[in-house]
Ligand binder design. Structure first.
Ligand SMILES: [Zn+2]
Length: 145
């Protein structure tokens, strides 16, 4: 892994993750590292492309030779939406916001958007955070500052 970035804030959340990820031997390093406040993904050794979520095969050149690379936990809000019709697993959460974030390292990802919706707007700076549930972590974004 490359030089370490600042750790993400870890926000305690009550209860279990509403839709827990399926953890495999391949994705375990991602989830373990996320629980420590760091966001990592796979980087292709052949062409250098970052993929998110982590993938065994590069979607650029199909190489299966990869490294884990730490991502800087900052970026900008590309777009967002409020979910009004809740999937059954998320009913207990009530209305929530969902983001597409462009990280500083060039990765685009989707995640929960936390914080005051009055602050949400395209292109605002955001930071990545860990939502730590009783059964493990999820990643989310929130406006910076
Ligand atoms: Zn590649």
């Amino acid at each position: 892994m490359s030089a370490q970035s600042p750790r993400m804030p870890i926000l305690k959340r009550a209860g279990l993750r509403p839709f827990p990820p399926r953890v495999s031997a391949f994705t375990r390093p991602f989830w373990t590292t996320l629980g420590e406040g760091r966001l990592i993904t796979t980087a292709c050794r052949a062409c250098g492309r970052l993929t998110f979520p982590p993938k065994l095969v590069c979607r650029g050149c199909w190489s299966e030779d990869y490294d884990w690379r730490e991502l800087r936990p900052s970026g900008v809000l590309y777009s967002y939406t409020r979910v009004h019709v809740l999937p059954r697993a998320f009913v207990a959460d009530g209305l929530y916001d969902f983001a597409i974030v462009d990280l500083a390292d060039g990765v685009r990802l989707m995640c929960r958007l936390l914080g005051d919706p009055a602050q949400f707007a395209p292109d605002i700076p955001v930071e990545m955070v860990v939502a730590m549930y009783d059964d493990g972590p999820l990643f989310a974004a929130r406006p910076t500052g």
